[in-house]
Design a protein around this ligand. Structure first.
Ligand SMILES: [Zn+2]
Length: 268
């Protein structure tokens, strides 16, 4: 069973979250603010309002105020959130110099940035999300990445799952395909806008099953596992983005760690 542990913050109460979590903020109100980040609350089918406040992997652990604002920007409710240290691990990746040197082109950076800023009124997604493929997890979210022993300064913004070249990659939820392009850094990339601040991205794919602008259902094939862009072998890197911030898929879907990964985890 896929256990969804999303947090609905009861405003006025104290809530505990971990780095990488999404806080579901309920209205009434137009937007929510925490640590300088503001997200919109969107109208739901039942008349309520909901916003997705991401807690980035690199958020400093500690106490933060979560505020709900009205249309004029006045704080109408507030609560306390304690961000706990998720204790993400470190991971070294052995990578050929040529591959490590791959960078995003200006176009890639611009298109991904525009995608991450989408504010789509309609809601396509529903709980629970689905796994894009069945393969076990090679690398979890949040690990601090080293390339050949040198810190990259990046944290892993998604999951890497095992999959043979050509394995079908499925949409984690219904939505609209905004990106279906072969990029330099990310390789074959599909970006889906699920509406109301929720997006997913699928990278390093060998090819596409959808075009930009297509509406997809949950589970629909969007592309195929590959090793394009900055990748060391066939796998799927995918990520869940809440208002443009990569968040921990573990809060949304369940997956088994690959055997080597599980063994490494036990040693700790
Ligand atoms: Zn990855």
């Amino acid at each position: 069973m896929r256990l969804i542990l999303l947090l609905a913050v009861m405003m006025g109460l104290r809530a505990e979250v971990r780095q990488g979590d999404v806080i579901r903020v309920a209205g009434p109100g137009e937007s929510a603010r925490m640590n300088g980040r503001t997200v919109r609350l969107y109208g739901q089918a039942d008349g309520s309002r909901l916003g997705l406040m991401p807690v980035p992997a690199a958020e400093k652990p500690g106490d933060y105020a979560l505020e709900v604002l009205d249309a004029s920007g006045k704080v109408v409710r507030s609560g306390d959130v304690e961000v706990k240290d998720a204790r993400f691990r470190r991971q070294n990746v052995l990578i050929a110099k040529q591959t490590a040197a791959l960078a995003a082109s200006e176009e890639e950076t611009r298109l991904v940035r525009a995608f991450l800023q989408a504010e789509t009124e309609g809601r396509y997604w529903a709980d629970p999300l689905g796994l894009p493929l069945a393969g076990c997890m090679i690398s979890p979210y949040g690990v601090q990445r080293f390339h050949n022993g040198i810190p990259t300064g990046n944290v892993h913004g998604g999951w890497d799952q095992r999959g043979g070249k050509g394995t079908a990659v499925r949409a984690a939820a219904a939505g609209v395909v905004r990106i279906a392009k072969m990029f330099e850094l990310r390789g074959g990339t599909v970006g889906i806008d699920h509406g109301q601040g929720l997006e997913t991205m699928y990278l390093h794919m060998s090819g596409f099953a959808v075009q930009e602008g297509a509406e997809v259902k949950e589970g629909e094939v969007v592309g195929y596992v590959g090793s394009t862009g900055r990748s060391t072998g066939p796998h799927l890197h995918w990520s869940i983005l809440a208002n443009g911030v990569a968040v921990n898929p573990a809060q949304w879907v369940k997956v088994k760690a690959c055997a080597a990964q599980a063994a490494a985890g036990k040693k700790k």
